[in-house]
Design a protein around this ligand. Sequence first.
Ligand SMILES: [Zn+2]
Length: 289
Amino acid sequence: MDASNKDELPSADSDEVRAMFSNRETREAYRFLLERRNDPPTMAEWIERATAVLGKGNVHSQRRLRDVRDYFDVAAKRRPGDGEWVYQLEGRSQSPVADKSERISPKLQAEVFTVKGRFCQMCGRGPGDKVKLQIDHIVPRSWGGETVLDNLEPLCQEHNNGKKAFFASLDPHSGAMKAAINRGNPWERIGELLKAFAREGRWTPVELIAVVARDTHKGDPLKRLRELRFVLGWNIVAHRAKVEGVTQVTYELRSWEPWPEEGAPAAVSEYERKRKREKGEKNEEGTEE
Ligand SMILES: [Zn+2]
């Protein structure tokens, strides 16, 4: 391979690589692979090197070398001549692992694609449009989102980055998000979020309501908002504003009621039953305000 065809890779001492690999042994493994890019080493050679540099070399050293794959493509190849397995650093990984704790097993990734489709959930583009998909945590891990099927979705790189930037801008509210997200039902999750914003004298962006409302069986966050208002008696006002040509919707919580003793889901079910009965009795009259 011609060296000019290779993309530029960061040095093992760069801040970038330090941020990727907090473990020094992994950084040394990367350094070794980078040095030996044109003459890829065997695992035995790496263990020898690890022993020399770090004073130890064992099965963990093997794992450290493989950890480099979290951010870089490292191919295992048969060396021409002696046929030994060697590890060649080929470049940056196209689907880097942002954080080790966010690693999603290949099996789970396949499940996400099977269940949600092999396309970006925001723009619908996919491999057919030459767009690479990434698996995104719908509720970020930093807000208590779990690495489970329900909380994962395919996004294209553009929308994944956009979403990450949007969420990063909301970091000051991560405490509120955490409190809201761990509630057991969408009404309480939305309600607690609105309360957290209201306590700071702020209005809640609709995007965040959609994030906390997430309930695979109940869906529609706006319906939940209506139920908070008409069933549970909360005073919520919607505001629309154009910012740089984009309509932004926020919700202002003016007053709220304590959560019903039987729980919000039961209260809403009871209200629906009652409404159906009344509809039946009144027939065409209608009971909505
Ligand atoms: Zn997209």
